[in-house]
Design a binder for this molecule. Structure first.
Ligand SMILES: *[C@@H]1O[C@H](CO)[C@@H](O)[C@H](O)[C@H]1NC(C)=O
Ligand SMILES: *[C@@H]1O[C@H](CO)[C@@H](O)[C@H](O)[C@H]1NC(C)=O
Ligand SMILES: *[C@@H]1O[C@H](CO)[C@@H](O)[C@H](O)[C@H]1NC(C)=O
Ligand SMILES: *[C@@H]1O[C@H](CO)[C@@H](O)[C@H](O)[C@H]1NC(C)=O
Length: 422
């Protein structure tokens, strides 16, 4: 009866050797970041993108320890990641009040919108809720892409159809392009949302959404919304030279990045130039449009300018580096605050898609090319820096260091947070 026992011992030794070799191979491949196989692209940073990297979801147990995971599931630091995976998702992370981000996407703006959302997720700390208003034919594409990202603890999204208040729906649709005035109605549609950051589809976040969101706490008791000036330089300003309607301040405001305390917007009675009575937001929009429809050029942004020209104490103005547009550099640099870096880039007039402002386009393409799970430095920052160097013949390209200054800081903070968690 000694033979079977010996067999067992032999078998065990062979098995042991095999697992040892396998484990070594695993750790070896885990170190070579450059060779992450295709499967790794689905191995996104689950949950806390800004905080720690996670592997694909495989249930780990005594019988299925980290070194038995299939190759390619993990990027680097399999060991640490596996250790962290024993923890349930941190409760406090899920319980945090989310930041609400809204966008209105029509026509061929799918890719642009997705790139914006990606940039919002990339550096943000608190969880995000996306409110995506889109034409019906885009809904399934949005779901497919966002579901693929998969860090369900980090963001939620809801898709909405483009809609208007029923009494005047036809009129609103007729007067503007269907999408253009949607944002004016967000306080009325998203009744349960306290505060909201609205952005155009051509926005890119180079800094965490948390930082612009924190302006909400700085509002004094009369402020209800925050935007950046339309221009820094009155000599090239549009409103002060051409507008045939009232506008806010010296050069007007730009509504591409608009932070709203919608609770306050819904409560406020607005001064206006239609009646001596103050009106609620919802009561004011239609009369305003009727009065000014022949004089407005930029649609709902003009209406916002009219509203805040009559209620200037209600607006918080944030500096231009939070809404940085080609106008700030095409005739030479005129946004002084951007010396600290560009925080939010706004590629209006289609500059992400033509060759008029290659510096703007380079940032867009770098973020578009980037996939969650890629290395932020090698797959985002370095290729972008290379592309930007090719744009030095343009006014905006000449100051391209400002385009990556904040981005570099954001990446640094991102890695610092990651290592603090470990
Ligand atoms: C529209 O523009 C015209 C021409 O500048 C001006 O006379 C008129 O008062 C404007 N309408 C309103 C409602 O401001
Ligand atoms: C918005 O305003 C309401 C009413 O003043 C206030 O209770 C709420 O805390 C504000 N929201 C934020 C995010 O500051
Ligand atoms: C809030 O700030 C705005 C803009 O600086 C100002 O016009 C307004 O008077 C302030 N409100 C209060 C109550 O101080
Ligand atoms: C993005 O990818 C395209 C090709 O897919 C490439 O031509 C371009 O240089 C890349 N841009 C950046 C900034 O990485």
């Amino acid at each position: 009866m000694r033979r079977p026992a010996w067999r067992l011992v032999q078998l065990c030794m062979v098995c042991g050797l095999c697992s040892l070799l396998y484990a070594l191979a695993q750790r070896g491949s885990g170190n070579s970041e450059a060779q992450e196989p295709a499967a790794a692209s689905t191995a996104v940073w689950r949950g806390a993108l800004g905080q720690r990297r996670r592997c694909k979801d495989f249930s780990l147990s005594f019988w299925n320890p980290y070194w038995m995971l299939p190759t390619g599931v993990c990027g680097k630091n399999c060991f640490w990641e596996a250790a962290f995976r024993y923890n349930p998702p941190e409760k406090h992370e899920l319980d945090l009040d989310p930041m609400h981000l809204a966008v209105v996407a029509c026509g061929n703006r799918l890719e642009e919108t997705v790139t914006m959302l990606k940039s919002a997720l990339l550096f943000s700390i608190k969880p995000l809720t996306f409110h995506i208003f889109a034409e019906d034919q885009l809904h399934s594409d949005f779901s497919t892409i966002l579901n693929r990202w998969g860090f369900s603890q980090k963001f939620k999204y809801t898709l909405y159809p483009i809609s208007f208040p029923s009494e005047n729906a036809a009129e609103w649709r007729k007067l503007f392009k269907p999408c253009a005035s949607q944002r004016l109605f967000l306080p009325l549609i998203l009744k349960d949302v306290d505060s909201l950051l609205y952005v155009d589809t051509d926005i890119l976040f180079l800094r965490s959404v948390d930082d612009i969101w924190s302006f909400l706490n700085e509002f004094n008791s009369t402020q209800i919304a925050a935007m950046a000036p339309e221009h820094e330089e009155p000599r090239i300003g549009w409103y002060n030279r051409f507008a045939r309607h009232p506008y806010y301040g010296k050069t007007g405001i730009n509504s591409g990045v608009m932070l709203m305390n919608m609770t306050r917007i819904r409560r406020k009675h607005f001064k206006n130039d239609m009646t001596t009575v103050r009106l609620h937001w919802g009561e004011m929009l239609m009369p305003l449009l009727k009065k000014y429809k022949l004089n407005i050029t930029w649609g709902d942004q003009d209406l916002l300018n009219i509203i805040f020209s009559h209620n200037p104490e209600s607006l918080y103005v944030f500096p231009c580096q939070w809404n940085y547009r080609p106008d700030h550099c095409i005739y030479g640099s005129n946004c002084n605050e951007a010396e600290d870096g560009i925080f939010i880039l706004h590629g209006n007039r289609g500059v992400y898609h033509d060759n008029k402002q290659p510096a703007f386009r380079a940032v867009y393409e770098a973020l578009r090319n980037f996939s969650f799970g890629d290395d932020v430095i090698h797959s985002l920052l370095h290729p972008l820096e290379l592309e930007l160097q090719k744009t030095e013949h343009t006014y905006c390209g000449r100051i391209h260091k400002l385009f990556t200054k904040q981005l570099t800081k954001s990446i640094h903070d991102f890695y610092t947070r990651q290592s603090n968690v470990r």
